[in-house]
Each structure stands twice: as structure tokens, then as C-alpha cells.
Design a protein around this ligand. Structure first.
Ligand code: BG6
Length: 510
């Protein structure tokens, strides 16, 4: 049975949503499909309106048509039975209007203000406004400033004004700090919702629940019982059509201080005092703040970069990174990054967290693998075990979402022999699948004023602080051997060596 997205939740309160970047890819691929799913689940209020703001020429009608085209592709999946519900789409589009505007021009914000006042009248949205910045990051600061100047960011008479900011939030520590400084002049921290879409994934949210709602695991979750942790975010896609973005970004910036560190902090955090937004975010920030910042001299031992060359994925030949559209033929941008992190706190001292992420790897796989310590081998000296049986707990984030535990069991027969076995739980078997982009929960939470799944300024800055020395060294020392892994492979050999010198090995990406 597919589980119900709503599962007992009530519709959000009255509000108007303004989407800046309404004609862009993110709006079409994620924001609007998520609104559609929320509407299907009856989680949007009757008193609801959407204003699409963009520089592109559109009428309400032509905007709706463009959105519908993408939505139709999106609902083709089995979770929706391949069908769009026209009544839901009509309900939604009757509330969606388009406003052509320029993000840098105050007159456009005045027009927006006027339109919002009309919408308040028609739809009784109560002066509660959610501004969604689905725009290029260079406009984040300006847009917030313009909202401030127009008076639209000011909360008064019990209404709320919230701003959702997409990734990338800064491109290094200094720019992230500067952006925080700029927007915090206009907005209070409680009005800012910095999105990391990994937190919209059910399986990521489940890490915390799994740890803190089950008595079994927490006593084992520390340096006494855990040998090391491996976090993998492997993709098979290349840079797709995003060559020019990726040339300025690279794998480290694109994935590590944000998505990968979300997984690190969920895995390593202490139990929060409550599940309130600030309690959870404070515990998460503490983990990232406890990561040892590596000196520039240590970067080469603790971080590995790679770039894919041509290769084969699923039997298809794929080009190397340097042959991709809008990529320089001698580009030194990394498409793979791995790091060894030391979390210097009481729980984790001495337990390395190895992280890796890359494009064009052997398989798409996001997984947290926890390796438990081995038994004292002498106790089993009379039993023939070629190798001690490793105990692994595997949290599979995507695809094939689930949790597995690998341990040793007696091989049937007269001799005492140990074999590796596996207990496996698959989400799908228990809860089915619900149509979801991962943005539903996030958008619903902003409407409800719940910031638990969003990044606070200190979470963001802590993440950048850890990767900054690596960025600095990589920028100043061009790699000598790019491309250094073939598309479809396990990544660069240097990443294997980083673990091998500590007597460990990555789990294969398969
Ligand atoms: C984005 C990155 O934030 O996350 C992409 O910019 C990456 O490069 C994507 O492919 C991965 O997200 P998901 O949800 O597909 O795992």
C-alpha cells in the first residue's frame, strides 16, 4: 500500500507563495510538482495563492502550460498511476498568477506588493508571504535587500514573512559569511529557510529517528563499538547540461559542505533535548564544529580529488568530463572528492568518517556504512575463520531505500564455520512509495513555520570552515593527473590508498 503523503497532517495555514525564478528549471522540475503533490494530499490551504515572478515573457495561461508539460512527465511514474488529476491542477492553477519582473528593480517589487495586496483580498491569504528564491545565487542578496526596501519582508500585525533560499549558499567561507551578513540586516534568522534538498529525503530524516527512537542502537553508537564510518554519495550522471555551473563549482563545493555534511551530522549528532528546530540544529552544528580543520600541509593526506575520463556506464560509452558541453578541454575541476574527517568530541574521538562523492561512478548510491569493531580474535581460535566477520550497518539513502545489517552466522554442517549473512529492510516493502519530489515536506514545513529541516547561518558557516583549507590547496596546486578515473569505475586510486594506509577499504559501489 502506498503511504499517504498527508498521513494525518493538517493543511498549512493561509498564505501566498511568491516564486522568484518562476520560469526556471527548478520551479518546473521541483517546486511546482511538489505543490501539485501537496494539493493532491490536501495539505495546501483553501486560502492559498502563488505568484510566479520572472523576467521571461508569460501570461498566466502560457506559464501554466509550460509548467503542465513538465508536470505531465513527472506524474508518469508508477506512484501516480501515470495520471494527472485535472481537478487538482485546476484547483492549483486557479490560484497561480504570473508577474513579469526584474529582480534588481525596485519598481518590480512595488508591482509585486500591489499584486500581493490583491491576492490577500481575493484569497484571504492574511498577509502571510513566503518568498521562494529559485534563482541564480548571485541574486540572493539583492533580492532580499529589495524585499526589505519594499517593506515586504517586514512582519507586522501577526502576519509572517519567510524567505526560502536555495543552494549554493556562498561559494566559500568568506562569501557565505558575507551573504549571511547581508540578509541578516533585512531578515531575522527565524524568517530564513536555507534549503538543502537532502533533508527533504525521507531516508535522511529517518537517520535521526532510527537512532533515537530505537533503544537497540544508541548504546553501540560510539568510539567503543564503531571502527569507522563511510559515507558515499555516488552518481552515475555526468555534469549533464550544467557544464558552466560545474566549472565554477566542482564536486567538493557542490556536494560536501551541504549534502554530505547533512549525512555526517545526522549520523554523528547527540540526541537533541527536543525535536524543536533549534535543538536539532544546535546539535547538528556542534558535530560539524567538532570536525578537525586540517592544516594545508595535511590536505594531501586527508582529501582526494578526481576527474572522470571517458568510460562505460550500463553498457553505454560516455565521454570524459573534459569533453562535456561548456567544459574547458584542459579543465582541472574535480568531479570526485573524498575526505577523511576526524570528529573531535567525546563520542567520536579516534573514529574516522570517510566521505566520498562523485559523478560518473559505477552506480548511483547514497549510503552510510557503519563498520563495527571486530571481536577479540583469540576467543575464536578453535574456529576456522579465514577472516574475522565484519559487522556492518548500512543505511541506504537512495536508491533502493532501506537498512541492512551484515553479520556472521554459522554455516550449517558438522564443522564450525562462519559465513556472512545479511538482514535487510526495504522501505518499499513496508510503506510503499508515495509520489514525492522531496520538496513537499520542505515547502509544507516553511508554511507551517517549522525550520528543523533547514540550515541555520552557523550550520552553513561550519560546513564551509571544514572544506575551506581543501579548497585553498586545490585552487593553488593544479592536479597533475586529471582525468584520473574512468567513467563507470569506483573512483580514483588515491581514494583507495587513503583508506588502505589505515588498513581499511571502501565498500564497493555496486
Ligand atoms: C545537487 C547538485 O545539489 O544535488 C547536483 O548540485 C547533484 O550536482 C544533486 O546531482 C544530487 O541530488 P539527488 O537528490 O539527485 O541525489
Amino acid at each position: 500500500m502506498p503511504h499517504d503523503l498527508a498521513s494525518g497532517a493538517k493543511p498549512a495555514g493561509a498564505c501566498a507563495l511568491v516564486i522568484f525564478g518562476a520560469a526556471g528549471d527548478l520551479t518546473k522540475r521541483l517546486v511546482v510538482p511538489a505543490l501539485y503533490n501537496l494539493a493532491c494530499a490536501k495539505l495546501l490551504p483553501e486560502e492559498f495563492a502563488v505568484i510566479g515572478f520572472d523576467l521571461a515573457d508569460h501570461t498566466d495561461q502560457s506559464w501554466h502550460e509550460e509548467l503542465l508539460q513538465m508536470l505531465q512527465q513527472f506524474v508518469k511514474g508508477p506512484a501516480n498511476n501515470g495520471a494527472l488529476h485535472p481537478d487538482v491542477w485546476d484547483w492549483l492553477t486557479s490560484r497561480m498568477s504570473y508577474l513579469k519582473g526584474d529582480l534588481t528593480d525596485q519598481a518590480s517589487y512595488q508591482a509585486l506588493k500591489q499584486k500581493l495586496a490583491e491576492v490577500d483580498q481575493q484569497r484571504h491569504t492574511g498577509g502571510n508571504y513566503l518568498f521562494y528564491l529559485a534563482i541564480a545565487d548571485r541574486f540572493f542578496g539583492t533580492t532580499v535587500e529589495q524585499l526589505g526596501q519594499s517593506g515586504l519582508a517586514k512582519e507586522a500585525n501577526g502576519n509572517w514573512r519567510r524567505v526560502v533560499i536555495e543552494k549554493p549558499f556562498g561559494h566559500d567561507l568568506a562569501s557565505a559569511k558575507a551573504l549571511n551578513h547581508q540578509i541578516l540586516k533585512v531578515l531575522d534568522e527565524s524568517q530564513i529557510y536555507r534549503i538543502d534538498h537532502f533533508l527533504g529525503k525521507e531516508t535522511v530524516q529517518n537517520i535521526m529517528l532510527f537512532r533515537f527512537a530505537n533503544g537497540l542502537f544508541e548504546p553501540l553508537w560510539n568510539r567503543d563499538r564503531i571502527d569507522h564510518v563511510q559515507i558515499t554519495v555516488a552518481e552515475t550522471v555526468g555534469v549533464e547540461k550544467r557544464g558552466s555551473f560545474y566549472e565554477k563549482t566542482g564536486a567538493l563545493r557542490d556536494m560536501v559542505p551541504n549534502h554530505v555534511f547533512q549525512l555526517v551530522s545526522m549520523t554523528a549528532m547527540e540526541a537533541p533535548n527536543s525535536f524543536s528546530a533549534d535543538a536539532v540544529r544546535s546539535e547538528k552544528a556542534k558535530v560539524i564544529e567538532a570536525i578537525k580543520i586540517c592544516s594545508k600541509q595535511d590536505v594531501s593526506c586527508h582529501a582526494v580529488r578526481g576527474q572522470y575520463g571517458p568510460g562505460e556506464i550500463d553498457g553505454q560509452h560516455v565521454p570524459g568530463y573534459r569533453e562535456e558541453v561548456n567544459v574547458a578541454p584542459d579543465s582541472n575541476v574535480e568531479t570526485y572528492a573524498a575526505m577523511r574527517l576526524s570528529i573531535e568530541n567525546w563520542r567520536w574521538a579516534g573514529v574516522p568518517f570517510y566521505i566520498r562523492t562523485g559523478k560518473r561512478l559505477a552506480r548511483r548510491k547514497t549510503q552510510i556504512a557503519i563498520r563495527f569493531k571486530e571481536i577479540p580474535a583469540a576467543l575464536l581460535r578453535d574456529i576456522k575463520i579465514d577472516q574475522p566477520v565484519p559487522n556492518w550497518l548500512l543505511l541506504r539513502i537512495q536508491p533502493d531505500e532501506g537498512i541492512a545489517f551484515e553479520f556472521g552466522a554459522k554455516v550449517p554442517g558438522p564443522r564450525m564455520r562462519v559465513g556472512d549473512v545479511r538482514m535487510d529492510f526495504k522501505y518499499e516493502d513496508y510503506f510503499g512509495t508515495a509520489p514525492a519530489t522531496g520538496y513537499e515536506t520542505l515547502i509544507y514545513d516553511v508554511m507551517a513555520g517549522d525550520a528543523t529541516l533547514f540550515q541555520r547561518a552557523d550550520n552553513i558557516e561550519a560546513g564551509w570552515s571544514v572544506v575551506q583549507p581543501v579548497l585553498d590547496v586545490w585552487n593553488s596546486e593544479p592536479p597533475q593527473n586529471f582525468p584520473n578515473y574512468a567513467a563507470g569505475s569506483q573512483g580514483p586510486a588515491a581514494a583507495d590508498e587513503m583508506l588502505a594506509k589505515e588498513g581499511r577499504a571502501w565498500r564497493p559501489i555496486n
